[in-house]
Design a protein around this ligand. Structure first.
Ligand code: NAD
Length: 291
């Protein structure tokens, strides 16, 4: 079975759109997401534009602040402060990665945790670990929504998360091991220093691959009937495409598909659910101020 992020994200967006319409009928303003993009990285531009487009589709207001690559850290922090202080803005995101001369951690910590709809601020990450309601990092949040939609049983299952980044792997491992719906699994968190990865994966009922190595997870690593969540998005050269590249996940899709019971495609899987997570976080940020 295909876990169709595209279809599920559409359904969530329809629901959010209705919620916005209801707000407007009650004389309220629209939720507002502000995004900051530094420099001209092609992939980052694509992601931010897609976020802005999705905001428009459901009736959110959005602001996109595009800054040149050579902006100083101080100036960027000032821009964030302005967004923090602006009561008309509910959610703020700074598209990563940032240029080398800017300290990413400082930038993440400069965002008001109550507007941190990407869920990267240490306060939100810490709350997640302790099971306190918080903004959940958009990609893991989107994956949880997908598991819920398809009613994928996680309780008591062996889950392997590959990748330990603060934005995907680590929060994913916490969610899947927490005592919550679509959690309660026994999680093994693997990373670049893990030994016997193949063996560990073969014992997994669910694999979340978030390492950024196209086609890395091959059929021999996957147990018959397992569930595969492919987070990876890498641009690989493809002369048959107008753009000159195609997007590839971390899973050897064609061969793994034959063996697993459910899998997310790339594109059309986790990427769109990430945007759903972001939009839902923005609505949550708005509602926490307006209810
Ligand atoms: P990252 O580079 O921060 O982390 C990669 C992780 O993979 C590291 O923790 C590393 O230890 C681990 N790793 C690397 N090589 C490994 C190996 N051989 N075996 C086991 N572990 C290994 O990446 P990230 O930001 O977490 O993103 C991972 C992938 O997910 C990338 O392809 C990225 O583009 C994609 N991504 C997709 C979405 C989405 O919306 N679909 C969102 C965020 C990231």
């Amino acid at each position: 079975m295909l876990l169709e992020g595209k279809r599920v994200s559409f359904l969530y967006k329809e629901q959010l759109k209705k919620e916005v319409d209801a707000l407007l009928l009650n004389g309220k303003r629209r939720p507002h997401l502000a995004a900051i993009l530094v420099g001209h990285d092609g992939a980052s531009e694509t992601y931010v534009n897609s976020k802005v487009k999705n905001c428009a589709e459901i009736g959110f207001t959005s602001t996109l602040l595009q800054l040149e690559e050579n902006i100083t850290e101080k100036d960027l922090l000032e821009k964030i402060k302005k967004f923090n202080d602006n009561e008309q803005i509910d959610g703020i995101l700074v598209q990563l990665p940032l240029p080398k001369h800017i300290n990413e951690q400082k930038v993440i910590e400069a965002i008001d945790p109550e507007k941190d709809v990407d869920g990267f601020h240490p306060l939100n990450a810490g709350k997640l670990v302790q099971g306190i309601p918080s903004f959940i990092s958009a990609t893991p949040y989107g994956i949880m929504l997908l598991l819920e939609y398809y009613q994928i049983e996680t309780k008591g299952k062996n889950t392997v998360v590959i990748g330990r980044s603060n934005i995907v792997g680590r929060p994913m491992s916490i969610l899947l091991s927490s005592n919550r719906p679509f959690g309660n699994s026994t999680v093994t968190l693997c990373h670049s220093q893990t030994k016997n990865l193949e063996e560990i994966c073969l014992g997994a009922d669910i694999i979340v691959a978030a390492l950024g190595k196209p086609g890395f997870i091959h059929a021999d690593m996957v147990k018959e009937g397992s569930v595969i969540i492919d987070v990876g998005i890498t641009r690989v050269p493809d002369s048959t495409k107008k753009s000159g590249y195609r997007l590839q996940g971390d899973v050897d899709f064609e061969n793994v598909f034959q063996k697993c019971s459910a899998i997310t495609p790339v594109p059309g899987g986790v990427g769109l659910m990430t945007i759903t997570g972001l939009l839902k976080n923005t609505m949550q940020a708005y509602l926490s101020k307006h209810s």
